[in-house]
Design a protein around this ligand. Structure first.
Ligand code: AHR
Length: 498
């Protein structure tokens, strides 16, 4: 089998947005407690943060982290998590049926974010709360000084405001499972009035309205349309959430999950632009794909939440395999391809909960298979995203119809002259010979590096005992070039960065 990719430095989609490489820390399961935070752990620093996890978060190349939820945020009282620790209340978290100790709140998370070198994306509670509480938490986080809540922050040790720029107006309020679930009409009005109030406090905030929780929601598209009819002028983004898994052993469909992501993005861009046209607006609403990943959601849905109200229970700690990593690499290809409109994204989540980083309490931290395509894409995608013309054989899938065997995206860094191609082979049995035509870049090109994630066993995983079973290795067979075209062989079920 053969495939062909042609690239041209003049055919630019958009600059690579660093915010494409966002992640997500929710107060859920062991993401915060025994994830990023574990005082008493041998690697814990003076603030109780695991430095092994911090080092892995930096290596992952995460640029921005959404906090504190997720479904959790829709019942959260932010003020529970500030001030002296011994006075902080323990509360029920209805979303995940667990106990929130509030040992970590915004002040601690801001410290962690600074150490990790990431931007904070903050989500306010629009489930059980409204405009006033959103204004309050904004005053605490961003107001410089001289008001009740900014002085409270200063008294709690943070003299300077945190300067959080990007704010989510609630979480998944289209979902009946969400505490405080709303109709599109109700949410659209609330999102618009919250956005207006926040803008009165700080005009240049970037505000994200909730879009659909998945493309299979019955209100998909209609929800965004109604919400944006109300909030178009006062928000900058609409969110998208999508989780993928292999259903009933249908690996072929699963490997083509990015087809659904492409469809999701194209549909919501079209919907947002249609609202803009109706409103005679020249403004464009961008997409914040602020929850995406592989998640074996059906396993979670078939197993009830724990009956005991515990602290930091083990919830959705999916162990990822080679196929999952190939899909994650492909989802990043899709996000990059849409860099003109998807200008923020968060892989959900960062640690333990459907995460690239796993930890054991008191024990080690390790990289799941999905860590590798994320880290390498974040490191290598620089400069501009190029239009990537792909000529590929196809295959039939039950869920997505006819899908290309090869999917790819390329970036070009004009400053260094480097071109990177990210490419997956979705075939389960055949290698594909790929030719990348770089004639438009001139002659004399050399190949700096080509690494591939693949394995004879597509179900192979990394575990505590074997943390490096699946990793990136030099592309087998090497890469040939005549100075203008590069050729290589892509093994079945593989992700490659060239
Ligand atoms: O990331 C796990 C959960 O998935 C989040 O809390 C929620 O927003 C989504 O349904």
């Amino acid at each position: 089998l053969r495939a062909h990719v042609a690239l041209n430095p003049a055919a630019v989609v958009a600059p690579v947005n660093r915010r494409t490489f966002g992640s997500f820390v929710e107060h859920m399961g062991r993401c915060v407690y025994t994830g990023i935070y574990e005082p008493g752990h041998p690697s814990a620093d003076e603030d109780g943060f695991r430095t092994d996890v911090l080092a892995l978060a930096r290596e992952l190349g995460v640029s921005m982290v959404r906090y504190p939820g997720g479904n959790f945020v829709s019942g959260y009282r932010w003020e529970d998590g500030v001030g002296p620790r011994e006075q902080r209340p323990r509360r029920r978290d209805l979303a995940w049926r667990s106990i929130e100790t509030n040992e970590v709140g915004i002040d601690e998370f801001a410290k962690w974010a600074e150490k990790a070198g990431v931007e904070i994306m903050y989500a306010v509670n629009l489930g059980t709360r409204g405009v006033q509480e959103a204004l309050d938490v904004h005053e605490y986080i961003n107001h410089p000084e001289g008001t009740a809540l900014s002085e409270r922050r200063r008294a709690n040790g943070a003299e300077k405001p945190y300067g959080v720029k990007i704010w989510c107006l609630g979480n998944e309020l289209d979902g009946p499972w969400q505490t405080g679930h709303k109709t599109a009409e109700e949410y659209g009005l609330l999102a618009a009035s919250t956005a207006r109030a926040l803008r009165s406090a700080e005009p240049d905030l970037e505000l994200v309205a909730c879009g659909s929780s998945s493309s299979s929601m019955p209100t998909f598209g209609a929800w965004e349309s109604t919400v944006l009819e109300h909030a178009y002028d006062v928000v900058d983004y609409v969110s998208c959430h999508a989780y993928y898994e292999e259903h009933d052993g249908d690996l072929g469909s699963f490997l083509a999950s990015a087809v659904d992501m492409d469809h999701f993005v194209n549909s919501i861009v079209a919907t947002a632009d249609a609202v803009g046209a109706r409103l005679k607006s020249t403004k464009k609403i961008n997409l914040s794909f602020d929850e995406w990943n592989v998640w074996y959601l059906s396993r979670f849905q078939n197993a009830p939440l724990p009956s005991e109200w515990g602290v930091a229970p083990r919830v959705i700690e999916d162990q990822y395999n080679v196929a999952d990593a190939v899909v994650v690499g492909n989802l990043l290809i899709s996000l990059l391809r849409h860099s003109d409109r998807v200008t923020a994204a968060c892989q959900a989540q960062l640690v333990n909960v459907i995460a690239p980083i796993m930890t054991e309490p008191g024990g080690p931290a390790w990289r799941q298979t999905i860590f590798h395509p994320f880290a390498r894409t974040a490191a290598l995608a620089k400069g501009d995203v190029l239009e990537t013309r792909i000529d590929s054989p196809t295959y039939e899938t039950a869920r997505h119809g006819e899908a290309a065997l090869i999917d790819a995206v390329a970036t070009h860094d004009e400053a260094t002259g480097e071109v990177t191609v990210f490419v997956v082979n979705r075939s389960q049995s055949e290698p594909v010979e790929l030719a990348v035509d770089l004639t438009a870049f001139g002659t004399g090109l050399t190949v700096a590096e080509s690494v591939t994630l693949t394995d004879d066993d597509v179900r192979a995983s990394n575990t505590r005992d074997e943390p490096d079973r699946v990793t990136l290795r030099p592309t087998a067979g090497g890469v040939a070039t005549d100075g203008t075209t590069v050729t290589l062989s892509l093994p079945p079920v593989s992700w490659t960065a060239l």
